[in-house]
Structures are given as C-alpha cells and as structure tokens.
Design a protein around this ligand. Structure first.
Ligand code: FAD
Length: 425
C-alpha cells in the first residue's frame, strides 16, 4: 500500500487548521485527512445560539467546503492506531500507512454517564449547548421560563471550553433580568469542582455577575441522574469530611454540560498516556514515545484550556514540527499553552480570559484596549463579529494571524527568518 507523508485523524478545528497550515508551508505535500462527518461545526458559536444571538446554521458548514484544496479526504472513522507499523486501521478494517501522523479526534461527550439524560435531552426542560441540535432549545427555554428553578451544571475537569457552562447561565440571567423575571427565578450553578473558574484573576469579575444575578453557587455537586418526566436531578455531593451523599433537586429547566473524556479508541491505544489522552510533549506536541506522531486539540494531554483558541496556536506548531520530522530534523516549534475563554457575562459584554500554562495571563491586546479582567464591549464585538470569520477564513485556511509559532533557535538564523515570513501568509 501507498505511504502518505501525513495522515491526519479528525477534520475538526485542529485537523483542518493543521492541514491548511502544512499546505501553506509546503504546497503539494501528500496529506490524507480521515473524518467521518459531513458537517464541520464552529462550536464556540453554540453559546451564542443558546443565548439567542446566532442562528444554528451560522455554526455549520459542509466538510467538503472547508477541506483544504489538495488534501485527500477519507470519509471514515479510525478504529485503531498501530504506531509500530506506522499505520491506522479504519472501522471497515482498511489500513492507511504514513510517514508522520497527526491525531486530533477531539473529546468524547459522555452523555450516558448521567442516568436518564439521553432519553430526556431536548424535552422536559432539559437542554445543553454542547450539542448543535440542542442549542436552540436552550434559547427557547430561556424565553419561555417565567418563574421557578433553573439549574446549570458543570462536570469534573477537564472539559472543552471550561467557561461554557457558566456562559449559558449568565446569558439566561441577563435575559430574565431585562424582562423583569429574575426575582421569580431561582438560579443555581452546580459545579463538580471547587472553584468558579480555574484562573483566579478572572474570578472577581465573574463574582460581580454571580451577585448581580443572585446566583446560588454550589460547589462539589456532581450531576449523576436526570428524571425528565418528574423534573428532578440527582447530584452526588462531596461533604467537608470527604464522604458523598445524593441530593435531589427539582427544576423547571436544566442546562447540562456532559462529563467528558478521551475518545475510547484513543484511550485503548498505544498513543494513550495518563487519563487516556494522547501523550504529547506540552511544548512541541510530539508524542512522548513515537517521534513521528503529533497530537493536538481536545484529545491531547497538554494541560492547556481545551479551546479552539488553543488550537489556533497549536496548529502552526504541529505543522512546523511535522515538516522538521519529514526532513529528518528535530522539532523546533514550541507552544506556550495559550488558550482563551470569552466569558459572556451579559449580552454585549465579555470577560476575555486569555492564559497559558500555569495560569499565566497571555493577553492579545494591550490592557487599555481590552482589559481581560473586566467585562468589555470590545471583547463582545470580537466574539460576535470577528472571531467566526477569523475561524473560517484565517485559522481553517492556514493564515496565521497572531498565531505564528515560537521557534527554538537551534537552526541557522536565516532559516528561522524564512519561517517567520511564511507565518504571515
Ligand atoms: P473537534 O473540533 O471537536 O473535532 C474533532 C473531529 O474529530 C470531529 O470532526 C470528529 O468527527 C472527528 N473524529 C472523532 N472521532 C474520530 C475517529 N474515530 N476517526 C476520525 N475522526 C474522528 N473554544 C474557544 O476557543 N472559544 C469558545 O468560546 C468555545 N466555546 C465552546 C462552547 C461549546 C458549547 C463547545 C462545545 C465548545 C467550545 N469551544 C470553544 C471549544 C472548541 O470548540 C474545541 O476546543 C475545539 O473544537 C477543539 O478542536 P478539535 O479539533 O480538537 O476537536
């Protein structure tokens, strides 16, 4: 069988951005993208669909349209990795051979880990912005609820876009406040974890909104079951002495963020490390045991915030390093852990969290323009008007605006300068 220069598993944010970045750097490269879906989704838009700002259709495009010209698209799902033989196995048993592999199959949404959830999702006041079909139902519930109890849940970390569960809640509260209903609605944020947001710097601004909206924060409460017909949710609550007990809460509406994990076929493969994630170097994104394999996006082990914003920075790093490996060199590009979470605290204002490894703040803009620790209108405009186009027209096309990779200086200087020019594309 034919051996391809690059085989890419997954045509999501990470797979497409990496393929495009590779082709920008080396036109004509032999790349195969393996992706089973017909549609590609702009998932960061789902929060705004659930908040009544975007239409669902704004967030999807046919895979055939966004697949970069020049790559071969294999419309199938990968069932297994065989790194010792430099090949992947498809669900129908076919094998594809590669010189280098990029694994980017995303994260698994584990709806079935919550008893009764799948049966009632989309009915009985049970919704989730984590599903394309369901985000419009969130907006419908927000508009129709006049009084009662609204629950918003957050599972244990890591999840993709850790801020999304509370973004849905703030947009709901803002709507109820503007329509004079908030006093009649009891809002609870039920968080399996111990903190409102993982990076402390942003918590004060978020707490201002929690107080303004009169939200009850309940930490260490993990959703385990939903009875849609009875409109009751069961949480496993961890008490101060470390024991757990079940607590039942009645609801009129509940927004569920599902538990998340590495995809099964990754977890059960030789690529998996701790927790089942693709075991990569946090800097070069190269696999810790197989030098010709790279992993990025939600499925990899790097401890960044799992976001499309992170992928925007990771894709050029992987592209440069894949070309280094194909050329028989060591990987030179490094990733700083950048991730971003635009927290929609009210309609028209966003707290723009941008940070890297260890919670180090990495703002894109000077603080006089956008102070990330404060809610700003400019950050909302960025999210509503600019980021979708940046995603479709720059990131997925390999035009690396503000995303050029950091290069290690161990190559001749002129080489490094050439790479720097290329990234302006
Ligand atoms: P995905 O984009 O999910 O793509 C994975 C792809 O792999 C899919 O196309 C899938 O079909 C494919 N695949 C799966 N299994 C296989 C297989 N066996 N074989 C082949 N292909 C396979 N990010 C932000 O930056 N800002 C935000 O505001 C933001 N908000 C969000 C809000 C919500 C509600 C959600 C759900 C996500 C949000 N994100 C946000 C996160 C962002 O969407 C993800 O981090 C990003 O899409 C990760 O890219 P990925 O390529 O790793 O995964």
């Amino acid at each position: 069988t034919e051996t391809h220069d690059v085989v890419l598993v997954g045509g999501g944010s990470a797979g497409i951005a990496t393929a495009a970045s590779l082709l920008k750097r080396r036109p004509g490269l032999d790349i195969v993208v393996i992706e089973p879906r017909d549609q590609h989704y702009y998932q960061p838009g789902w929060t705004l669909v659930g908040g009544g700002v975007f239409e669902r259709s704004d967030t999807e495009r046919p895979m055939s349209e966004i697949m970069p010209k020049g790559v071969r698209w294999v419309r199938a799902a990968v069932a297994a990795f065989e790194p010792e033989a430099n090949q992947v196995v498809l669900e129908d048993g076919a094998r594809l051979k590669y010189r280098t592999l990029v694994a980017a199959p995303g994260i698994k949404l584990d709806w079935d880990r919550i008893e009764g959830l799948r049966e009632t999702l989309g009915r009985n006041g049970v919704t989730s912005n984590y599903r394309f079909e369901m985000a419009p139902y969130t907006w419908e519930l927000i508009q129709t609820l006049r009084d009662g109890t609204a629950l918003f849940t957050q599972p244990p970390m890591p999840i993709k876009c850790a801020g999304a569960p509370q973004k849905a809640m703030y947009l709901a509260c803002d709507y109820w406040r503007r329509h004079g209903r908030l006093d009649d609605i009891d809002v609870h944020f039920l968080n399996a974890g111990p903190v409102l947001f993982g990076v402390e710097d942003y918590v004060p601004a978020l707490m201002t909104y929690v107080e303004r909206y009169g939200i009850d924060l309940d930490f260490k409460e993990n959703l385990v079951a939903v009875d849609g017909a009875a409109k009751v949710a069961t949480f496993e609550v961890t008490t101060a002495d470390g024991t757990t007990k079940p607590v039942r809460r009645a609801f009129d509406m509940i927004h569920v963020c599902p538990p998340q994990s590495a995809p099964d076929f990754v977890r059960d493969s030789p690529l998996a490390g701790d927790g089942g994630w693709i075991d990569v170097s946090p800097e070069t994104l190269q696999h810790s045991r197989f030098g010709n394999i790279f992993g990025l996006g939600d499925a990899c082990s790097a401890p960044n915030a799992k976001t499309a914003a992170a992928v925007r920075k990771q894709a050029p790093v992987v592209a440069v390093n894949i070309l280094n490996v194909l050329d028989g060199k060591s990987p030179r590009a490094v990733y700083d852990g950048y991730g971003s979470c635009p927290l929609t605290v009210e309609r028209g204002k966003i707290v723009l969290a941008e940070f890297g490894y260890g919670g180090k703040l990495l703002p894109t803009f000077p603080s006089w323009l956008v102070n990330g620790r404060k809610p700003t209108r400019l950050a909302w405009l960025l999210k509503e008007k600019l980021l979708p186009d940046i995603y479709w027209d720059l990131m997925l096309k390999g035009r690396e605006w503000l995303a050029g990779p950091i290069l290690l200086p161990h190559e001749p200087a002129e080489h490094a300068a050439q790479e720097a020019c290329d990234t302006d594309g």
